[in-house]
Design a protein around this ligand. Structure first.
Ligand code: NAD
Ligand code: ZN
Length: 379
């Protein structure tokens, strides 16, 4: 064990055993403003059969703004589905999409192309896996349950922060149990991604901050954890540096900053793929599952109550909020009843790996029920 330093962050002793031993990265990526124009040639290289069709899974924002994606190589045989992002993806939603694809056509598509935020990219990953593996989305929620590779999948993020473009999971809530869990599998990793910072120009200010902070938070939690490794640390410290440059600047959405945040998101996804998040994400998951608050905003709300665990990050977070003049709702857990607090506790404490990463094996004796309740009430 040793103490390491990155910039002004003093790290906890590192446990070399990461729990994740063999990491898969994205095989191919293109980066640069305007790079979405490469999609056509990538698809041509993927299949020489001109009669085969592709499935486009596109964020609903682009239904009325398709021109902002440039000229997409969509042919008459292809299917385009717009993802409703009002609610975060559920297994039912994904199962419904699969059912409609299977009803409408008999032939297997040669590519699934996801264009959008974390929600849309996750839906695209799940669709690709299910089209070849069969069954229902919930059958594969967990670790390494996807048996065979999915359809060739391409991810094109249009908002930066979650790192969903880089990770081996696609997060969905299963409504009957309320469990929010992904298909964690090497087969979930995109075969190709296109990182085009032009695509994030239209993201509204608050949303840009909420989702962008996900990258900062993933890496701050990873660096403050016990389960670390040299690769994860190197990536995470670079992500923190980039996020500081973006969120402490005068215009977080300048061309240069949108480019930096897209890189931070991607590297952050690669970083957390090698280790775990910490205390904040379990609390954020509680807010999402019980109160339906979306991931990026839920993270920011949870951050306001993390002073005990991440004091330096909380202080830096508020400086970024002030600098960018972003609205962070307060008091979201005021007036909740006992049943809702019980649910919040259950859906937080269930995230054992991140909590062990942050607090050690005895995390339940630190995060007692009354403590968890007080933390939620202070948000
Ligand atoms: P999101 O995908 O819901 O998008 C946020 C909002 O931004 C939506 O309203 C969307 O329509 C809009 N939007 C997207 N691109 C836009 C653009 N270019 N212009 C204007 N509006 C645009 O949210 P998110 O924060 O990107 O992703 C959150 C989801 O990602 C959650 O479901 C979370 O569970 C998941 N997630 C997945 C991973 C992973 O590794 N797979 C990691 C973190 C989070
Ligand atoms: Zn996250």
């Amino acid at each position: 064990m040793h103490l390491a330093e990155t910039g002004d962050l003093v790290l906890k002793p590192m446990i070399i055993e990461t729990g994740k031993k063999n990491n898969k990265n994205i095989l191919n990526y293109i980066f640069g403003a305007g790079s979405i124009s490469e999609l056509g040639s990538i698809l041509e290289r993927t299949s020489t059969n001109k009669d085969r069709s592709a499935i486009y899974i596109v964020d609903q924002f682009f239904e009325a703004n398709l021109e902002s994606l440039g000229k997409l190589p969509i042919s008459g045989r292809d299917v385009t589905t717009y993802v409703n992002t009002e609610n975060e993806p559920t297994t039912d939603y994904v199962n419904g999409l699969i059912e409609s694809f299977l009803t409408d056509r008999t032939e297997e598509p040669f590519a699934v192309i996801g264009i959008g935020g974390g929600a849309t990219l996750d839906v695209a990953k799940a669709i690709s896996n299910l089209l070849t593996n069969g069954g229902h989305a919930e059958d594969y929620q967990g670790w390494d349950l996807v048996r065979i590779p999915g359809i060739y999948k391409i991810g094109i993020p249009t908002i930066s922060g979650t790192g969903a473009e880089a990770t081996r999971t696609c997060v969905m809530t299963h409504p009957p149990t309320g469990i929010k869990l992904g298909m964690n599998s090497d087969h979930t990793v995109f075969d190709q991604i296109i990182l085009d910072p032009n695509l994030t120009k239209t993201v509204p200010l608050d949303q840009y901050f909420y989702t962008g902070m996900d990258a900062y938070i993933h890496c701050a939690e990873a660096l403050n954890g016990h389960y670390r490794n040299a690769v994860g640390d190197a990536l995470s410290s670079q992500v923190i540096k980039l996020c500081r440059e973006v969120f402490l600047s005068d215009d977080m959405r300048s061309d240069e900053n949108r480019e930096k945040l897209m890189v931070a998101s991607y590297l952050g996804g690669c970083a957390v793929a090698t280790t775990y998040v910490g205390v904040l994400h379990p609390f954020s998951a509680g807010l999402s599952v019980v109160l339906g608050i979306h991931h990026g905003l839920a993270n920011c709300i949870a951050m306001t109550a993390m002073g005990e665990f991440y004091p330096r990050e909380v202080e830096e977070f508020w400086r970024m909020v002030q600098k960018q003049n972003v609205h962070i709702p307060r008091g979201v857990c005021e007036g909740l009843d006992r049943k809702q607090h019980d649910l919040l506790y259950e859906s937080t404490i269930i995230h054992e790996k991140p909590l062990i990463n942050a607090l050690g094996d005895r995390f339940k004796s630190i995060l007692t029920k009354s403590k968890v309740k007080n933390i939620f009430k202070s948000m």
